[in-house]
Design a protein around this ligand. Sequence first.
Ligand code: HPA
Ligand code: ZN
Length: 326
Amino acid sequence: MPIPKAELHLHIEGTLEPELAFRLAARNGVTLPFDSVEDLRAAYSFGDLQSFLDLYYALTDVLRTEQDFTDLAEAYLARAQADGVRHAEIFFDPQAHTSRGIAFDTVARGLLAALDRSQDKYGVSTSLILSFLRDQSAESALETLAAAEPFLDRIIAVGLDSAEVGHPPSKFAAVYERARALGLRAVAHAGEEGPPDYIREALDVLGVERIDHGVRCLEDQELVDRLVRERIPLTVCPFSNVRLRVVDTLDKHPLRRMLDAGLVVTVNSDDPAYFGGYVHENLTATATAIGLTDDQIHTLARNSFEAAFLDDETRATYLAELDAHR
Ligand code: HPA
Ligand code: ZN
């Protein structure tokens, strides 16, 4: 049985497997610019973040109805259960859909139909993180937050993703302030392709409680010291870093250096359909490639529950289950 864990950095659109993409395309009468599942899979070779995002947004075209979003989330939850995931905080990108004429409510209702039964059906507790596309305008982010208001009981936090360089966190100060006023927590992608200063800005200007990726903090010792001192969790995604050329090869991944530095790191899958594996494989393959001890693997799982937006009682339950797993 895989070690119990929380997954905190997972884009639901990034769980769209080629087989499901073709099935939904057929159901919705959408023609994909690929002849077959194999042909599509062969396109999963990326030079950088943008080349991945181009395919990721193109494939969202098959997601049209509530049922499509439900099917997408169901497939992830079944996979997560098999991976030992007990709790998942799941990013969704509403603007990737509203910009195509799909209503926010269609996306949210579809995802929640699956998420609301996931505790009973899969033993996985869930919440949503509303993620703004940083390469769209600050006004568009504010409109997206307004559209989300009827669903705030199931949205735990706001996040920031998409093309990082040139779109610093400060661009979204107003929408994060509004989100906080609505009672939402805050995270942001920073320091994936963008510089260490974007991590600082996410903390100081947006007030985030976790940093997604954050691997480029290692270029700035003063920042590392601060992240350690303030125990700011970093949701690291090793397969993603390799596939998007943030890191050359898995055996060169800095995860162990990050652990040794005292950073609160967690392991996550980001966009598992695109990057070659789900969360447990990210953990085990990385552990093998860089030589992590069982204690370090346990620490990563512990960090995932400690970094999660859980109430104290639920967190304690999960941590007890993790300790019993040894
Ligand atoms: N980075 C930025 N945007 C994204 C990612 C990511 O890793 N995955 C999906 N959108
Ligand atoms: Zn991500």
